[in-house]
Design a protein around this ligand. Structure first.
Ligand SMILES: Nc1ncnc2c1ncn2[C@@H]1O[C@H](COP(=O)(O)OP(=O)(O)OP(=O)(O)O)[C@@H](O)[C@H]1O
Length: 748
């Protein structure tokens, strides 16, 4: 393949020089186009065969390159098959152009002076094709060279380049992989696709016949001898139209249903993946970014798979059918039409790639704007209390402005692309009309065929522009899909499924053994350092110490939100990471610093996460009474069915904390973790809750973090944690007698 790639540009260059030389032979080089005026059959003949030989050597060189290069192996030959085919296609294509350019037909209509147009036309097409082809060659070659040497430095380039969205090889490769993944989501709905496809073929085939019938109708009107056929043709066209409309409607319905199912499937997969990510992932990700993937990106993706591929298939089927009809009607006019395609195709390809790149940027910028909106909406009270509405609105506007900047670029490139393709299509139509008129005059084309042909040409243009639009649509979806799959396929750094232990009972013995820990978002900063302490079953232990010392981090580690960097945390002599996820969180309950309630009734908040057989009305009532929440709940209008609002906004801070304590207690956990869980309660409520907890402590270990002396005093033992290390352990009186850190904290 190396030889192939080397041969390609050299041959192309020689080819181009040879063409230039032949065209300019005997003329002034600066007035190259004039040479065409003196073109004769003999020179065109020489030129044609010379170029054909050169291009054939190009193919042979490539094939030898593939076969001889041992590094490639026979498997990789397949990768180049399409290239050989492409080159053969180009050869045929040029042969067609040459035949047309120098056929007597054209020179009869336009005289020799028209030839300069064909020369420029052919050259621009040629240039575009060679450019595209070499672009493909080099990128494929580069990738193959890298992938064949996994241990070489180029491979390390590969992994680092994998992250760069601009790298063509990997973008291309990623595109293929992404399309495959997108389609794999459709597999369960194959039967819907199959039904939709049948209707799609029906509608497309029916539509193909319409221009033919239109041509016939006009002929029947114009030609008196065919007047009697008029009504029959009208009847046939009406029947076809009815069939087309039925098929189109059914296809639309089936495909819409399929898209909706697909959308739900992708969303489910994404949401499930999000739910299984480790907590550290959420420390670093913005909620706005995640929700924007879940909403707009998934919709863009499913719409594309369903709609765009649908349109693509329809246009392809129609396009092929139209081409067949066009050739059948007039091969000469068809050749003229097809000559313009490479340029249109090149323009679409270049534009599509640019569009995909910019569309990814647009989606990123939109996600950034979403982040602002999300943050503001979830903290409206803070915004209001700081009177920051203006600045937040400005922030949002600024982010949207960033989106607009890229969209302006997209609009400019789109209009340029439209301008190129439209003007080209129009030019082709003009030439076809001209040439078709000549053929009619010469008696080589019936006028009905001419009318049908023009309509087919228009139809083909539509097919192409639809395919072009689909291409940009697919590029847009690929940007979204890459982001969605990135998240769907992300393996959580901390799996929820690797623990298996599920003992029949948990006594509640907790042991921190030389635990060191740093948060994944700040790996260099040790929050806990070689920390060790034990909590006996049924004991109440308080963690105290200055703010930021690492108390809450200890609690999070028991819950296995994170994995310690070193050391181990044991529950009843088994590492917490060995327990089954569900089991651990049934036995160990947490009431956090800022308890989060959900936008549902208080009752549903209390039984959050429990199966129907895991609670009774009585257990809810008991837990609620223990948490001292029963009385206030009963005073609410709907009692336990009162809605608590988003994040429990319709309850006071203290009420929220009590509902959260009830939620933890209803599970009857063996270990209860209270991270400043009573901080918002008044002294009396706190006293009542503490007393209730004490009453039920015989079968439960309680680890609590508190700043209030009254809470801490009652603990059996107190662990003083300063800067991630245990400074003192003992009861309140022991530590007071010691007059160390704890004494100082209490004293102050
Ligand atoms: N999610 C996080 N990502 C990175 N660093 C964090 C995270 N949570 C806490 N930290 C850092 O870890 C350190 C210990 O925090 P921790 O919440 O454990 O302290 P604490 O003793 O409970 O404090 P407080 O009494 O104020 O609640 C702090 O320096 C804090 O900035």
């Amino acid at each position: 393949s190396r030889l192939f790639v080397l041969v390609c540009p050299i041959i192309s260059l020689v080819d181009l020089c040879a063409t230039a030389f032949i065209f300019a032979r005997g003329n002034n080089w600066k007035l190259l186009w004039k040479s065409a005026e003196n073109y004769t059959f003999s020179t065109s003949f020489v030129d044609f065969w010379l170029l054909a030989v050169l291009r054939t050597s190009f193919i042979i060189g490539g094939t030898i390159g593939i076969i001889k290069n041992p590094a490639d192996g026979p498997k990789n030959c397949k990768k180049y098959d399409w290239m050989v085919l492409t080159v053969t296609g180009i050869n045929l294509y040029f042969a067609c152009i040459k035949l047309l350019v120098f056929s007597h037909d054209v020179s009869f209509v336009a005289g020799p002076k028209l030839n300069w147009f064909w020369v420029i036309f052919a050259w621009s097409n040629f240039g575009a094709l060679v450019f595209l082809l070499q672009w493909e060659f080099f990128s494929r070659f580069k990738f193959q060279a890298m992938s064949q040497h996994p241990t070489s430095s180029s491979h390390s380039d590969l992994s680092s380049k994998k992250k760069s969205p601009d790298d063509k090889n990997f973008t291309e490769l990623a595109n293929n992989a992404t399309i495959k993944k997108m389609l794999s989501f459709s597999v369960p709905d194959w039967w819907l696709i199959a039904i939709g496809f049948i209707f799609l073929i029906g509608a497309a085939v029916g539509e193909i016949f319409l221009p033919l019938y239109t041509g016939r109708i006009i002929t029947a009107i114009v030609a008196p001898e065919k007047n009697d056929q008029f009504l029959t043709i009208i009847f046939e066209i009406a029947m076809i139209s009815v069939a087309v409309s039925i098929c189109t409607g059914l296809r639309g319905g089936v495909m819409t249903y399929y898209i909706d199912r697909l959308n739900l499937r992708i969303r489910n997969a994404l949401f499930s993946s999000i739910l299984h990510q480790e907590i550290g992932f959420f420390d670093e990700q913005r909620t706005g970014d995640i929700t924007s993937r879940l909403t707009s990106d998934t919709t863009t993706m499913s719409d594309t798979i369903g709609l765009e591929f649908n349109v693509f298939l329809r246009s392809m089927i129609k396009g092929v059918g139209v081409c067949v009809f066009m050739f059948a009607l007039s091969w000469r006019m068809s050749l003229i039409t097809f000559m313009g395609f490479p340029l249109i195709f090149s323009a679409s390809k270049v534009y599509g790639k640019y569009y995909k790149k910019t569309q990814k940027q647009v989606q990123d910028k939109f996600a950034k704007a979403n982040e602002v909106a999300q943050e503001v909406c979830s903290s409206m009270q803070t915004v209001r209390s700081f009177a920051n509405e203006k600045s937040e609105a400005a922030q949002y506007k600024l982010r949207l402005k960033d989106v607009l900047k890229i969209q302006i670029k997209q609009a400019v490139s789109y209009s340029f692309y439209q301008w190129c393709t439209e003007s080209f299509e129009l030019l082709l139509i003009v030439f076809t009309l001209w040439y078709g008129g000549y053929l009619i005059v010469m008696g080589k084309l019936p006028s009905a065929n001419f009318i049908s042909f023009i309509l087919y040409q228009e139809e083909l243009g539509n097919c192409f522009s639809e395919i072009g639009d689909v291409y940009t649509g697919i590029m847009q979806a690929l940007g979204a899909a890459e982001k969605v799959f990135e998240l769907i396929e992300r393996k959580p750094l901390l799996s929820l499924n690797d623990g298996t232990e599920e003992p029949s009972c948990i006594k509640g013995h907790i042991a921190f053994k030389n635990v060191s820990f740093a948060y994944p978002s700040r790996p260099d900063q040790l929050v806990l350092e070689n920390l060790s302490f034990e909590v006996q079953p049924g004991e109440v232990v308080a963690l105290v110490g200055p703010s930021g010392g690492g108390k809450s981090s200890c609690v999070k580690l028991i819950q296995r939100f994170y994995e310690p960097t070193a050391g181990e945390i044991m529950l009843d002599g088994i590492s917490v990471s060995s327990y089954k996820h569900q089991f651990l969180h049934e036995k160990v309950s947490l009431v956090g610093q800022e308890p989060v309630l959900y936008a549902r009734s208080i009752r549903k908040n209390i039984i959050y996460g429990l199966e129907d057989d895991q609670y009774t009305d009585e257990s809810i009532l008991n837990a609620s009474k223990l948490a001292n929440s029963h009385n206030f709940i009963m005073e609410l209008r709907d009692g336990y069915n009162t809605e608590s609002g988003e994040k429990g906004i319709q309850l006071s801070g203290g009420q929220k904390q009590r509902v959260a304590i009830a939620r933890a207690l209803v599970r009857n956990p063996s270990v209860l973790l209270l991270d400043e869980a009573t901080s918002a309660l008044d002294t009396e409520s706190e006293y009542l809750v503490q007393e209730a907890l004490e009453r039920s402590k015989s079968h439960r270990t309680v680890l609590l973090i508190a700043h209030r002396l009254s809470t801490v005093e009652r603990a059996d033992r107190i662990v003083v944690i300063v800067k991630g290390k245990v400074e003192e352990i003992g009861s309140h009186s022991e530590l007071m007698a010691k007059q160390g850190t704890y004494y100082n904290l209490v004293y102050r």
